[in-house]
Design a protein around this ligand. Structure first.
Ligand SMILES: [Zn+2]
Length: 209
């Protein structure tokens, strides 16, 4: 008989009780009191370190490891060197935050496509690519071989984009996270653990609010 399981993700606790079990969720919580408190403290600490971003002209946002200044200009919105250029006429229509997000999503899509092209010979062909904003997932590979990527990864260092692209491409071959999966990832990105660890420790830096 399988046992009840308790997990924590982004400050949310989930208790899973097998259908044939008589144990109550409250009891599982009680038995794991110390662990829950520890996880909660860890989450609170991370929450305090979520970057505070001002969405106004002259403020800056870290994108792909580089601080980039928000600049308003008359021309088309663009992503140029260490500047995030927003067209004046667009800001009049919506908020700066919305415009920055739109630009970052567009830029992220380009970065993902560039890498899909770069790594395509190492993997089986995929079907479609989607850019999404899932709260707790960085990427996914569906049974229809569609790949999804979370645009907020662009708020982290550049190597994260390589990692997530290779990670999802490797799922075309290996559906789970077994040894074969990781060895496939490692053949293409020998230092993938740096990115994986970064994501485990710093996902609070990728919160967009
Ligand atoms: Zn995976």
């Amino acid at each position: 008989m399988s046992r009840p399981k308790i997990s924590c993700r982004y400050g949310e606790f989930t208790v899973i009780i097998p259908a044939n079990s008589l144990v109550e969720a409250e009891k599982v919580m009680k038995d794991n009191e110390e662990w829950i408190l520890e996880q909660w403290k860890r989450f609170e600490k991370l929450r305090k370190n979520i970057p505070k971003r001002d969405f106004c002209e002259g403020s800056s946002i870290k994108v792909m490891g580089v601080e980039r200044e928000i600049v308003f200009e008359c021309r088309r919105s663009n992503f140029l060197g260490d500047k995030i250029i927003l067209a004046n006429h667009l800001i009049e229509r919506s908020t700066v935050k919305e415009q920055v997000e739109k630009l970052l999503r567009r830029e992220f899509k380009k970065e993902v496509e560039r890498r899909l092209e770069k790594y395509k010979d190492d993997f089986r062909p995929y079907n479609k690519v989607y850019i999404r904003d899932q709260r707790t997932r960085w990427g996914s590979c569906s049974s229809k071989e569609n790949l999804s990527f979370n645009w907020r990864l662009i708020l982290g260092p550049e190597h994260l984009i390589d990692y997530i692209v290779v990670h999802e491409l490797a799922h075309l071959e290996h559906r789970n996270h077994g040894d074969d999966f990781w060895s496939t990832v490692g053949q293409v990105l020998p230092h993938y653990d740096v990115s994986r660890d970064w994501l485990n420790d710093n996902s609070h830096l990728l919160v967009w609010h």
